[in-house]
Design a protein around this ligand. Structure first.
Ligand code: PBG
Length: 331
């Protein structure tokens, strides 16, 4: 054959391939999500093999392991005991609550690690929603935002570096920015869950925190989060959300879930100059773990290929439960 172009020329040796490689992964791209609880024992999470609910003591050890592998940011999620859950999720702004105590310990022992938090009421809500549910079953926006601001302040006071509103209430980024500034936390950043979809991929996470929507009173409770999280059918709407978050003062934009929404990451990359994060969520993690346990896929190769796909789509940062494994494999 007389071919002018033979793309295989540049694939011939490992050295040539490394020279023309367009994207790479490194441990500092990762944000490692961790669950913490009040219990005295570390508990394995059934639906997320390899992930645990840590005690605060064990959390310190795990975060220092992550640091030694090159990971520079962790995000904390609390499993709150049922007795502390209320309709308004007031425990979320208790300055001596589980998350503020965990942040203070981590900052005392590992001051250089970046601590990101999650802002939403669901772990603290007896109704299992990210916001306050009214008597007639509506997730209230503005009343919820008021609680979210208090939650963000409690986290900032404890030493959080990045506040991550995951609730999808309208106007919460601007309100949290203003509340942080008013309290003197102008250097605390916001990494907003910008395009967060109403997704079935969050199932294992809700098991980890026991935070799924539920009915404990006679009040009607929406069964899913589709009146505030985005419709999986929509892409243009993600751009509107990104523009709003940017105007309201978000420092980093996030797309969630990751793998089924690579097109959204790509679109936001075209629309914004801000750093973009992808959340490789619990359901994506558990599917890989399950198939690997069956011996049906090569876990290491699949994980690294998946994480690289987020970079190729345009993400700068990746929240992933595979963070420590991937960091080890990259060494
Ligand atoms: C809570 C929150 C959720 C996740 C992160 N923050 C669940 C939800 O919105 O129901 C999901 C993370 C994952 O599945 O890994 N607002």
């Amino acid at each position: 054959m007389e071919l002018t172009y033979r793309p295989r020329r540049l694939r011939r040796t490992p050295a040539l391939r490394s020279m023309v490689r367009e994207n790479t992964l490194s441990a500092s791209d990762f944000i490692y999500p961790l669950f913490v609880h009040e219990g005295k024992e570390v508990q394995q999470i059934g639906a997320m093999p390899g992930a645990s609910r840590w005690t605060i003591d064990a959390l310190v050890t795990e975060v220092s392991r992550a640091w030694n592998l090159g990971i520079r940011c962790v995000v904390l999620f609390p499993k709150i005991s049922e007795a502390l859950k209320t309709e308004g999720g007031e425990e979320s702004f208790n300055e001596n609550g589980l998350i503020p105590r965990a942040i203070k310990r981590l900052k005392a022992e590992l001051p250089d690690m970046t601590i990101m938090t999650d802002v939403a009421l669901d772990p603290y809500s007896s109704d299992g929603h990210d916001g306050i549910v009214s008597a007639d079953g509506v997730v209230l926006n503005d009343e919820t935002v008021d609680h979210l601001c208090k939650q963000a302040i409690a986290q900032a006071k404890a030493g959080a570096d990045l506040i991550g509103p995951s609730d999808m209430m309208d106007g919460r980024v601007g309100a949290i920015r203003e509340a942080l500034d008013d309290e003197g936390f102008e250097n605390v950043g916001i990494i907003s869950y910008t395009a967060k979809y109403s997704s079935a991929y969050y199932g294992p996470f809700r098991e980890a925190l026991d935070s799924a929507p539920r009915s404990v009173t006679s009040k009607p409770i929406p069964k899913d989060k589709s009146t505030y999280q985005m419709d999986p059918a929509n892409a243009r709407e993600a751009i509107t959300e990104a523009q709003l978050d940017e105007q309201e003062g978000s420092d980093i934009l996030m797309v969630k879930p990751g793998l089924a929404y690579l097109d959204i990451i790509y679109r936001l990359r075209q629309e914004s100059e801000l750093p973009i994060a992808a959340y490789n969520v619990s359901g994506e993690y558990s599917m890989v773990k399950a198939a690997a346990a069956k011996g049906w896929i090569d876990e290491k190769a699949v994980v690294l290929e998946t994480l690289l796909s987020f970079k190729r789509a345009g993400a700068d940062l990746i929240l992933t439960y595979h963070a420590c494994d991937a960091a080890k494999w990259l060494q």
